[in-house]
Ligand binder design. Structure first.
Ligand code: HSE
Length: 338
């Protein structure tokens, strides 16, 4: 294959007590990447389009090209690749944007050379993600394999968990940026034993509930007293938005990845829509423009898509995000300075 286009979905990492170990891929949003083989032996980034604000165009800093390079090395190929990246996920959104680009870069290379090996793509993408936002696999794993994925401290040990049929995720994304690297620097090095044990028990409960297919028990365990309280101040109105989501019927609510996106859990479509409206309004009460939408779990992870795919309705998500990010540039820039 000389040319391929792939799509890598957005992800929600941590899911409360699963910091750095649990993540889920979500439908409707993600990054697309068109890649072609070149004889040069180099990885070039010919264009970056879509939600480009703050996205590095230097191939040594962009996770798509870094992962493509790592995949070429792992495959032992001497050729190069030229990449056209279409960002559907803004930088610093908490929706796994850098991971999506990395996974797309790695998977495109695997497909170009007829080696559709997701384990290899996972390793290459992890390497690229670690270079820009620290070592954590809870975005890269679900983005690669799809569904909900639990990753061990050795990321080569990962496990796909069953997704309860009625699970609905509501995402609210304010027009701010939180840079993951910064949001990791503020975390405590030591935590009280009681908090650590409570989080471990909750994570175990979530896994058990996933196997039983119970959204209610799964959501009831989404409480995090280690990371959420430390990062809450990075998101204006976080506790207010959470309170309004719960009042509107959400079963749980916490920060998506490093934020500023906030996710809520519901087991009913209508309630989920109501929660989305409440979260958007709650952000507005803090003078913060936000988009909120209901989504489901993407079970496929990264995949090849047709070259015309960008024009289809399924890629409407980025237009929605562009609205909010286009309108509130000043806040975004303030967020950048975190
Ligand atoms: N687990 C990571 C963190 C996810 O919370 O820092 C970042 O998207």
């Amino acid at each position: 294959m000389e040319r391929v286009q792939v799509f890598a979905p957005a992800t929600v990492a941590n899911l409360g007590p699963g910091f750095d170990h649990l993540g889920v891929a979500i439908s409707g949003l993600g990054d697309a990447l068109l890649a072609e083989i070149t004889p040069t032996g180099r990885v070039t980034l010919a264009s970056v389009t879509g939600l480009t604000d703050g996205i590095p165009t230097d191939p040594e800093q962009n996770t798509a090209s870094l992962a493509a390079k790592a995949a070429l090395r792992l495959l032992g190929r001497k050729e190069g690749v030229n990449l056209h990246l279409h960002k559907g996920l803004p930088i610093g959104s908490g929706l796994g944007g850098s991971a999506a680009s990395a996974v797309a870069g790695a998977w495109a290379v695997c497909c170009l050379f007829g080696r559709e090996n997701k384990e290899l793509a996972f390793r290459a993408a992890l390497e690229a993600e670690a270079a820009v936002s620290g070592i954590h696999a809870d975005n890269v794993a679900p983005c690669t394999f799809g569904g909900m994925v639990l990753v061990n401290e050795d990321p080569s040990h990962w496990e796909r968990l069953p997704v309860p049929r009625r699970l609905r995720l509501v995402l609210a994304l304010p027009s701010l940026k939180v840079i993951t690297r910064h949001a990791r620097q503020i975390l405590p090095e030591r935590v009280p034993l009681s908090a650590s044990m409570a989080n471990s028990a909750r994570l175990a409960t979530m896994v058990a509930a996933a196997y039983r297919g119970s959204v209610r028990d799964f959501a009831a365990a989404i409480k995090d007293e280690i990371v959420e309280p430390v990062r809450a101040h990075l998101i204006p109105g976080f506790y207010h938005v959470k309170e309004k989501a719960l009042e509107a019927g959400a079963l749980a609510c916490s920060i998506s990845g490093a934020g500023p996106a906030i996710f809520a859990v519901a087991d009913d479509e209508l309630i989920a829509q109501r929660v989305a409206c409440s979260m958007k309004e709650a952000f507005a009460a803090f003078g913060c423009n936000a988009v909120a939408f209901v989504t489901r779990v993407d079970r496929r992870g990264v995949r090849v898509v047709s070259p015309k795919w960008r024009d289809r309705k399924t890629f409407a998500g980025p237009q929605l995000l562009k609205q909010v990010h286009g309108e509130n540039r000043e806040r975004i820039e303030r967020g950048n300075a975190l």
